[in-house]
Design a protein around this ligand. Structure first.
Ligand SMILES: [Zn+2]
Length: 265
C-alpha cells in the first residue's frame, strides 16, 4: 500500500478523551503516515495543554490557540491578553478554533461576533493561519468578512459544510476548505459535491478528533470511548480520494502543497 504523507489540518489532541493516551495516539498516527497535526485549543482552559503537546512533539504538532464560539458564554475575563501571550510564546502559532454558530442554541450573537472579529483581526495583523468553525451561519460570515480584514495568506474553514455557491464566494476571498471524514456519509452528498467543485489548490483534510467520527467503514483505529482517532486520517484520505475521483498519489501531493502554503509559509 502507498505510504502517503498526510497532514491533519484540524484536531483537538488536548481533549480529555485523547490527552491521557496522546503518546500512543501520536505514534499510531505517525505509523500510518501522518506528518503534521494542527492542534486547536478552544478556550483559555485548554491552551496550556495545546502548548505542552507542541513542546512534546515539535516535529509534528503545530499549536493553534482560539476561543470557540461554544465557549464564549463562560470565558474568563482577560482572555484576549492571555491569547496574545500564548500566540507569542510559540514561533509557529496559529489562531483557532474560532467562528460563528447559529446551530447551537443559547449563544449570544454579539459575544460570538466580537470574539470572532477580535481573532480575525489578530490573524490579519500578523498574517497568521486561522481555523474557522461555521455552522448554519454562512450569511453572517460573509457579512462579517465585508467589514473585517482577513490575513493575506487566506483563512481555513474547517469541517466545511457550506454550499458550492457559498464556497465560490469564500474562495474568492482566499478561503481554504478542509474536509472532515464525517462527511463521507452517503446522505452528505451535497457537501461531497461541493468539494468536487472546489479549486484543488484550496482543499485540505482533517479528523477533528475526537469529534466527527467517519462512518464505521473508515474507522480503522476504534477507541473505547468512541472518540475519533487521529490515525483514522489514512482511511479518511482514501475515502476522500475515491469521493473526489482523484489519483491517491497526486491528491496526497496536492494536499501537502496546500498545507505547506497555508500553514507553513
Ligand atoms: Zn474542531
Amino acid at each position: 500500500m502507498l505510504q502517503s504523507r498526510l497532514q491533519d489540518a484540524h484536531l483537538h489532541l488536548q481533549s480529555p478523551r485523547l490527552m491521557a493516551n496522546s503518546d500512543t495516539i501520536v505514534k499510531q498516527a505517525q505509523e500510518i503516515g501522518v506528518k503534521q497535526m494542527v492542534v486547536n485549543g478552544t478556550s483559555p482552559d485548554d491552551w496550556d495543554e495545546v502548548s505542552e503537546l507542541a513542546h512534546r512533539y515539535p516535529e509534528i504538532i503545530t499549536p493553534s490557540f482560539g476561543l470557540h464560539p461554544w465557549r464564549t458564554p463562560d470565558v474568563r475575563d482577560g482572555w484576549k491578553e492571555i491569547l496574545i501571550e500564548k500566540i507569542d510564546s510559540h514561533h509557529n502559532s496559529c489562531i483557532g478554533e474560532c467562528g460563528l454558530d447559529r446551530w447551537m442554541t443559547g449563544l449570544c450573537k454579539q459575544a460570538q461576533e466580537d470574539a470572532f472579529i477580535f481573532q480575525l483581526q489578530l490573524a490579519s495583523e500578523s498574517n497568521l493561519p486561522i481555523s474557522i468553525h461555521i455552522l448554519k451561519a454562512w450569511g453572517w460570515l460573509l457579512e462579517t468578512l465585508e467589514k473585517t480584514p482577513t490575513p493575506p495568506r487566506g483563512f481555513l474553514l474547517h469541517s466545511f459544510s457550506g454550499s458550492a455557491e457559498v464556497a465560490k464566494q469564500l474562495a474568492k476571498r482566499g478561503a481554504y476548505f478542509s474536509f472532515s471524514g464525517y462527511f463521507l456519509r452517503q446522505r452528505k452528498m451535497r457537501v461531497q459535491e461541493t468539494f468536487r467543485s472546489l479549486p484543488r489548490e484550496r482543499i485540505l483534510i482533517e479528523t477533528d478528533a475526537p469529534h466527527m467520527n467517519p462512518p464505521t467503514k473508515w474507522i480503522c483505529h476504534p477507541l473505547a470511548n468512541q472518540a475519533n482517532h487521529p490515525a483514522n486520517l489514512g482511511a479518511i484520505f482514501a475515502g476522500f480520494a475515491e469521493m473526489m475521483g482523484e489519483n491517491k498519489e497526486r491528491l496526497a501531493e496536492q494536499l501537502e502543497l496546500n498545507f505547506q502554503r497555508f500553514f507553513k509559509e
